[in-house]
Design a binder for this molecule. Structure first.
Ligand SMILES: [Ca+2]
Length: 190
């Protein structure tokens, strides 16, 4: 009985070591990618500040100019604009696209500002928008924790607890986000 259990433990431990070794570089690359997914980094110019614990809970005010941002495994330029407000009551931020939250409901694209007045339109405003839709053409991720501080020059730092989970279980080759090399595409669009 004990011998069987001990043998099972040895098999589990060995598989945790052998699977990474046998899959080699791909495993290492996937773990590095999963690790970078946990964080977001922005650098730019402007004046303002924001603290956020997801899109739902955040406070910020600022004017920003062009910045560069590393997130989701790539650097990209972001045309910053303005932000002001306190979620979930009212918070507006324009970057490449604008996001607006009013009483916990989020409008995904504020370019057509007439829609601001159509608060009850269920096709435009979401209590829980798809994270992939929220993040498309926008610099912040829906459920990240983060801070931004700009005093002429400044930076944004973001942290994803969900991506941290994907990284940790990735160590034993699980891939809930399906973003490892060779995985089928996931709903996150990565
Ligand atoms: Ca992964």
């Amino acid at each position: 009985m004990f011998a069987t259990r001990r043998a099972s433990i040895v098999v589990v431990l060995l598989s945790g070591v052998l699977i990474p070794l046998t899959t080699g570089c791909t495993y290492t690359k996937n773990r590095l990618n999963d690790f970078t997914d946990v964080f977001g980094l922005g650098l730019g110019v402007g004046i303002g500040a924001n603290m956020r614990v997801t899109q739902y809970v955040q406070a910020g005010v600022g004017l920003y100019d062009v910045a560069t941002r590393f997130q989701n495994r790539a650097w990209r330029n972001v045309d910053y604009g303005t932000e002001f407000g306190l979620s979930p009551f009212f918070h507006y931020r324009a970057s490449t696209e604008g996001r607006l939250t009013v009483l916990a409901k989020t409008l995904l694209d504020t370019k057509n500002q007439d829609n601001w007045n159509r608060w009850s339109d269920g096709n435009l405003w979401f209590f829980y928008p798809s994270p992939a839709e929220f993040e498309k053409n926008y610099d912040r991720r829906f459920l990240d924790f983060g801070v931004s501080a700009y005093l002429l020059i400044g930076m944004d730092l973001d942290f994803s607890i969900l991506e941290l989970g994907d990284f940790l279980v990735g160590l034993v080759t699980l891939d809930p986000y399906r973003d490892d090399a060779g995985s089928a595409p996931s709903e996150t669009g990565k």
